[in-house]
Design a protein. Structure first.
Length: 295
């Protein structure tokens, strides 16, 4: 009976665990819908901004605007520092979501260091901050207050010092490691080049063309749009990573709930089989005892 009591205890434990994972799955499903809406809402603005810049930028402007200028290599006296922004979540229980992002960031850091650059790491999210602190790596920035509801102000606070440093010629590049939200089941890590800005290709054929009346000038407008474009890229990365976190957590919790159900079936069958065996043994003992008394 001691083993039977142990089985009943394990059954209760797995049932409680399944209730928790099921609840977390429902919560993540609810949050995923809102996060997905933010991703969808951010795309038209980003696309419109991209089209305007593509129409305004000309090849000779790369020398006029620091954010468009590709710095010289180290051998030619260019800057020796590069920046990597890593976006992770503040919470776990999301499968391999955070570990994949961290792995991608380490790959980019090692690649830039192999080229001779000193990499400044800007970590946003407790998981990324905690991992690199555990490795003993010094962080240029650590933010754990963003959470799963990033705002444009958060993007400005992160991007502004990097834009200024790049404009002063202190950084060779700025890259963003984020989750690319394709669907709730597909949130692969991705590295996006933030600086220097790669001018979007303008449409040459097909589709409507834009006829702008520029005031005061294209250069004056680009001076305002280029930093805005960088901030928007950071914001989109934060929004997509937040949506990817909820998608990954929902998938992980659904798998955990399903696995708990499978374990429960095995434990219940084992318990019932043991209980039936015990009853059969007791009946056999009673019958044997009665036969001995009669005999």
């Amino acid at each position: 009976m001691a083993k039977g009591r142990q089985l009943k205890g394990r059954i209760r434990s797995v049932q409680n665990t399944r209730k928790i994972t099921r609840t977390m799955e429902l919560v993540s499903t609810s949050k995923l819908k809102r996060a997905q809406d933010r991703v969808i809402a951010a795309r038209p603005y980003a696309e419109a901004l991209r089209e305007v810049i593509a129409d305004l930028v000309t090849p000779d402007m790369s020398h006029e605007f620091p954010l468009l200028r590709r710095p010289a290599s180290i051998s030619q006296g260019g800057p020796r520092r590069a920046a990597v922004i890593l976006l992770t979540s503040n919470r776990g229980l999301a499968g391999a979501f955070n570990s994949n992002l961290i792995k991608e960031a380490r790959r980019r850091i090692e690649a830039r260091e192999a080229e001779g650059y000193t990499v400044d790491l800007y970590a946003v999210g407790k998981k990324g901050v905690g991992f690199f602190k555990y490795l003993g790596r010094k962080l240029a920035l650590e933010r754990t207050d963003v959470g799963d509801k990033p705002t444009a102000d958060h993007a400005v606070e992160i991007a502004a010092p990097l834009i200024d440093a790049y404009a002063r010629g202190e950084l060779a590049s700025v890259e963003l490691v984020q989750a690319r939200f394709i669907s709730a089941l597909q949130t692969p890590p991705a590295t996006v080049s933030i600086l220097p800005i790669e001018p979007p290709a303008a449409k040459t054929t097909g589709g409507p063309t834009h006829d702008y009346i520029l005031a005061p000038s294209a250069a004056a407008i680009l001076e305002q749009l280029l930093p805005l474009y960088v901030r928007n890229m950071v914001y989109r990365g934060m929004v997509e990573t937040a949506a990817g976190e909820h998608g990954a957590r929902r998938t992980a919790m659904k798998n955990a709930t399903d696995n708990a159900g499978d374990i429960l079936e095995v434990l219940k069958r084992t318990y019932n089989r043991q209980r039936q065996a015990g009853i059969t043994q007791e009946i056999s003992e009673i019958v044997g005892g009665a036969a001995a008394l009669q005999g």
